[in-house]
Design a protein around this ligand. Structure first.
Ligand SMILES: Cc1cc2nc3c(=O)[nH]c(=O)nc-3n(C[C@H](O)[C@H](O)[C@H](O)COP(=O)(O)OP(=O)(O)OC[C@H]3O[C@@H](n4cnc5c(N)ncnc54)[C@H](O)[C@@H]3O)c2cc1C
Length: 429
């Protein structure tokens, strides 16, 4: 079969790997001039490692990702350091990277709230019944079972940070998935995520997969036999096509999809993200913390501050201290139209709250990455709204972050859905 894959992110590349192994003729169309999609990174000439445009790490439970790495023979390149995550309470940072440490968080007080927190955490870890949980919002479920104090101290800031105006609408299965599928140890690839993506692309190319960079697909049309993929005014025919972009783009590529499927794609909600990466001359965190959870109601202009060089040593970045400041935002938020310097001006007073000595002179360079499609928003009974991977058009398949539900998006699940789509294209599933 002649197969086209739209997108050289983790999902598209994982699908290409299996389809090629099964003996097919595979071509990937990628609009960027690099692989890796949302998990891609960049590098300064004096760095040995790349940094991700949007901070990334793996969990020890990311079995699909780690299994793929094992298959490729690179497991010795995976590192799992133990960086520290902290949460703010009354202007002080407290450890927040395990259920045990979270239980000691002073915001919970002593007594009944700690017990409720523990029971809720344990229940969510043990249950597999996410279908019951998706029928109710996380807001309502947590208020009922964890109680007002636990919910408002621990979980509500997370929901508000991730989903902004939709925070009250997100279903409880999303929260379950987060607690179920995450570990305290965090992993990365030697050289950074981009290194992994580049090595993977090289392996694909060696096996005969064609990767066309800088090619922006603009439509996919059904033909008498097969599908034609159109980009930059040229069309090419394929037997099967897998699209791995956002649901919005999928709807735009394929207006011939039946109305119900199109409506399903366009009805999905998601948040965008804006992340600033800074190369600093000095460390920002005096305590060596990696991940700072910043509750939005504390007035910070971002949701998370991540000192990457407290995870990956600064020696890999020529001595630069790498810090990310990021937020999930609705499209149309002012950050999407602000330039890099304006955004830095906005963020500087907040950096000074982390370290009063911080000044603009500390900043060697900044980069700002923006995406419209960063975080799908799962509403109540979301399983009914997840678009099918096999679309109603013969030979056309779709595998995106919005379909990995009930799991939350991540490279692990991009690999899983990419490989599942490949099996469906091969009619093994
Ligand atoms: C802020 C943020 C933090 C994250 N943190 C983590 C984390 O810590 N750990 C983790 O595992 N995951 C994390 N993720 C999620 C992870 O990046 C994604 O789940 C994963 O990369 C999705 O892969 P994908 O292949 O499905 O899609 P994508 O990576 O989006 O790939 C789609 C590809 O399609 C290409 N494309 C788009 N339009 C066209 C077109 N018209 N023609 C051709 N090509 C096109 C794009 O350029 C892209 O390369 C994070 C994401 C964000 C935004």
């Amino acid at each position: 079969m002649k197969i086209a894959i739209i997108g050289a992110g983790y999902g598209g590349m994982a699908a290409a790997y299996d389809l090629k192994k099964a003996g097919h003729d595979v071509t990937i169309f990628e609009s960027a001039d690099y692989v890796g999609g949302l998990a891609s990174g960049f590098k300064e000439p004096h760095w040995n490692w790349s940094v991700e445009k949007f901070y990334h790490h793996w969990f020890q439970s990311d079995s699909e990702m780690l299994e793929l790495i094992r298959e490729l023979g690179w497991e010795d390149k995976v590192r799992f350091p133990r960086p520290q995550t902290v949460m703010l309470y009354k202007n002080k940072w407290y450890p927040f990277d395990s259920i045990f440490k979270m239980a000691l968080f002073p915001g919970l007080g002593w007594g009944i709230n700690k017990i409720r927190f523990g029971f809720v955490g344990l229940f969510l870890r043990l249950t597999n019944n996410w279908r019951a949980l998706e029928k109710v919002t996380a807001d309502a479920w947590m208020m009922k079972w964890a109680g007002k104090t636990v919910y408002e101290q621990m979980w509500k800031p997370l929901l508000i940070g991730k989903f902004g105006p939709y925070y009250k609408d997100v279903n409880m299965a999303w929260m379950w998935a987060r607690i179920k599928a995450r570990t305290t140890r965090l992993g990365t690839f030697e050289g950074g995520f981009q290194k992994f993506a580049d090595l993977f692309a090289e392996k694909l190319r060696e096996s005969g997969v064609g990767i066309r960079f800088g090619v922006k697909v603009d439509s996919i049309k059904q033909e008498q036999a097969g599908l034609s993929v159109r980009s930059d005014g040229e069309s090419e025919s394929f037997d099967k096509v897998l699209v791995t972009t956002s649901p919005n783009l999928m709807a735009r590529f394929c207006p011939d999809l039946p109305e119900k499927y199109l409506e399903g794609l366009l009805g999905l909600k998601s948040m965008g993200a804006v992340v600033m990466t800074l190369a600093l001359k000095y460390p920002l965190s005096k305590d060596g913390y990696y991940w700072f959870n910043v509750p939005k109601d504390e007035g910070y202009p971002f949701l998370a501050l991540v000192e990457h060089t407290n995870f990956v040593p600064k020696e890999n970045f020529g001595g630069d201290h790498i810090v990310y400041a990021g937020d999930y935002l609705e499209l149309g938020h002012e950050y999407f139209s602000m330039n890099d310097d304006e955004l830095l001006e906005r963020f500087i007073p907040a950096f000074q709250k982390f370290n009063p000595e911080f000044s603009r002179e500390w900043v060697r360079k900044i980069w700002v990455s923006k995406t419209n499609y960063a975080q799908p928003v799962p509403l109540v009974n979301h399983s009914k709204n997840v678009p099918a991977i096999r679309t109603p058009i013969e030979g056309l398949f779709f595998a995106s972050m919005s379909q990995v539900y009930p799991w939350d998006r991540g490279t692990n699940f991009a690999v899983e859905i990419g490989r599942r789509a490949a099996r469906m294209m091969l009619k093994v599933l």
